[in-house]
Structures are given as C-alpha cells and as structure tokens.
Design a protein around this ligand. Structure first.
Ligand SMILES: *Cc1c(COP(=O)(O)O)cnc(C)c1O
Length: 395
C-alpha cells in the first residue's frame, strides 16, 4: 500500500511528478531506477522485529520496493491516499468492485462500460447476490432516480469504451455522496495525467496500466487508487484476494511512466489531427472524439480533463464487408488487434449493439476504433488514404 505524504503527490506539476514520484535512488546505491525485486520470503533479523510489525516489507505478495515505487507514483499522480496493484486492468476492476459489495446489494454501472466489466457484473456479481442496473452515460444528476435503499455504488467510465460518451462525474458524485454511495471510476482513457477522478468526487480510480502507463504493449497490469475513506476497503480486498502484480510487469510500468507525459502529448496531438482529417473525408459518416467540437460531450471534456489520449471512434458510411476488408487488410502502419496505449497505431472494428441494454448504439455503416500511435501523422494519413482508395475499388 502506498501512502503519499500530502495526498496530492507534491506541489510539482504532473509532468514532473511522472518523472520523480516513487523514486529513491540512494536506497538503490544511487542507481536512478528501482530494480526488479523478485521475491516471496522476506527475512526478519530478530524475533523482536518480527513481533513489532514495523518492518516495511513482510512478504512478496504484499509489497516489494518495486511495487511500492509504482504504487507511490500512481497514487501521487491521481491525488489518492493509497494504491494497490493488480495483475491486469480487468483484475483492478473486479478487485475494486469486490472490495465494496455484499450479497443483497444493488450497483449502478454505466451502459458504455468496458465490456468485460459487464461480464464480471452479470456473471460473477450476480452469482454472489449483487444486482446490476446499467444506466445511460448522459444521466448526470438524474442518477438519483435509479438509487435504491440497497444501492452500494456507482461505476463510471468517461469517455465510454468504444463509443466515447462523456459522463458528468461531478454531478453523479454529488448525488452519490449525499446518499453515502461509493463512486468508482475507470480512468484508463485519460491516464493519470489527463484526469483525476478523485478530484471530481470519485472515491476510487482505476487504471488499466496495460495501456498508457506501460505504454509499449509489453505487459499487463492494473492499479486501483483510493481516497482516504475508501482505502481500508481496498487494502482488505487486496489482502483477502491475494491480488498481486508481476515484478517484471511492475518494472515495465515504472519505466513507461517516466515518459508518459511526452508520449501522451504526441498521442493527443496526432489523434486530434487524424480525427479532424477523417471528419473531412467523404467515406466517413462521423468521428467520435471528445476533443473535437463536434462531440456532444466536448464541454465536459474541456471542463474535467486536461488532455485527450489517442483513442477514438469513426463511423464509416455504409460499405460492403469486402470493401471494409480491402481498407483494413492492406494497412501497413495500423495494426489490427485488441488493447491500445502502446507506441503503435491500431484499428479494430466494433459493434456494441448486442450487449448494451440502457442505450441504443446505431451506426450508419461499419464502426472502427482507432488508436493513434507515435508515428508521423503524414505517414499515418498516407496509410489511411491508400486504404480508402482500396475500399473504393473493391467490389
Ligand atoms: C483495457 C481496459 C481494461 C482492462 O485492462 P486489461 O489490462 O486488458 O485487463 C479496463 N478498462 C478499460 C477502460 C480498458 O480499456
């Protein structure tokens, strides 16, 4: 468990904190980075020390200097009280939910939530006697109409997975706080640098560190950051569930974190450039990117976020499957695959209409999710232009 001293990391700006938090070179012989500590057993020098419960590290599953360094850094960046690391982003979601619910509870989850989160609620929490109601991401303060006497928490994710609807987190959090209900936010899209859900009123913030924190598509990792009043619940869940990240993965996330600010700035500027260009293309019906003026939640994004990541959606005009395949299959720089947040550009088709229950997703043509990586924008545009040409000539 990490504990930041002043609850905000430090008075420095986020870019500086991303570089400096969670580092103690002179505890590592002066080496700049905390090395990978691999270990289960931690020895106690004396019986008195063992009995005192004062030793910083007691068992590998609980913490190592490597995991604590990352917990401290991410906790400070999100303005939390403490943080726990998990083996994946989805494991962060499930651990955070299990920390707060009990049989007989009701929870409110945004309809546009990351789809595997939905599977956890519908398959696992339902079996444990916890009922989930999905709500429209545009609900805002009207969330009060869905709150029952047994409602335990509200789960928000802004923007929504795949379809990027913005949520009014402060309005939802104000209602929840008045009714003594927890608010858990999946903050993966913005990363810890571009949104701090705890400052917006949430009690818990989740990151799939797999995405931007790791940043190189080479590790799976999650983190849950807690406010002071939520910290005890997460500590207990971590202890009871045995939640524990891999040491190598933790090191890779620490390494990724140090360059997060410059990477994100590039992801943001390139994604806005490509999104704006796609908006002008005849093949495109609409572009869904919170940083574009055309986005219905643009004002919320301006108010609550300090930047945008490289992930957004595009709805094409109706086209045939072979034409779509001609577009996607020939791309040279955009890879086709799940996950995102690495240095490389990605594209994936999506259609959430079969699993959403509180909203209706309708797309005029095929929908594509783009992740804009760190390549030169001109090269990405040329790759997509060639794709549109192939699409036009396919049958
Ligand atoms: C990817 C993702 C997750 C899950 O992260 P994994 O590390 O892949 O388990 C959770 N939430 C959101 C919003 C994501 O995009």
């Amino acid at each position: 468990m990490a504990n930041s001293e002043d609850g905000s990391g430090s008075k420095n700006k986020p870019a500086t904190n991303a570089v400096h938090l969670g580092r103690a070179p002179f505890e590592q012989h002066g080496f700049v980075n905390t090395p990978v500590y691999r270990g289960s057993t931690v020895l106690y020098p004396t019986l008195a020390k063992l009995r005192s419960r004062e030793q910083s590290f007691t068992y590998g599953r609980r913490a190592t200097p490597t995991t604590r360094a990352l917990e401290d850094a991410l906790c400070g960046l999100e303005g939390g009280h403490s943080a726990i690391l998990t083996s994946s982003g989805l494991n962060a979601v499930s651990t955070a939910l299990l920390a707060f619910v009990q049989a007989g509870d009701h929870i409110l989850v945004v309809d546009t939530v990351y789809q595997p989160t939905r599977v956890f609620c519908d398959k696992m929490l339902a079996r444990l006697g916890v009922e989930t109601t999905y709500y429209d991401p545009a609900i805002g303060a009207a969330i009060s109409s869905l709150i029952r006497p047994n409602t335990r928490l509200v789960f928000v994710e802004s923007p929504g997975s795949q379809t990027f609807e913005m949520q009014d987190i402060p309005a939802i959090a104000a209602v929840a706080r008045a009714k003594n209900i927890w608010v858990i936010a999946d903050n993966t899209w913005a990363s810890p640098l571009y949104c701090q859900p705890l400052a917006l009123g949430a009690d818990v913030s989740i990151q799939a560190a797999t995405k931007y924190v790791v940043g190189h598509a080479d590790a799976m990792l999650g983190v849950v950051i807690a406010s002071p009043r939520a910290a005890r619940y997460l500590d207990n869940a971590k202890e009871a569930l045995g939640t524990c990240p891999g040491s190598e993965e933790t090191f890779l996330a620490l390494r990724g974190l140090r360059t997060l600010d410059v990477r994100l700035a590039r992801h943001m500027s390139s994604s806005i450039a490509i999104a704006a260009w796609l908006e002008s293309r005849a093949e495109v019906q609409r572009v869904v990117h919170p940083a574009l003026k055309s986005h219905p939640g643009h004002d919320i994004w301006l108010r609550d976020f300090s930047g945008a990541s490289g992930l957004f959606a595009v709805v094409l005009k109706p086209t045939s499957e072979p034409a779509l395949a001609a577009f996607l299959d020939g791309l040279k720089l955009f890879g086709m695959g799940y996950s995102w947040g690495g240095y490389e550009s990605l594209v994936i088709p999506f259609d959430p209409s079969s699993y959403r229950t509180a909203t209706v997703w309708s797309a005029e043509g095929p929908a594509l999710r783009f992740h804009i990586g760190l390549e030169a924008v001109d090269d990405l545009r040329a790759d997509l232009t060639a794709g549109f040409t192939r699409m036009a000539t396919a049958v």
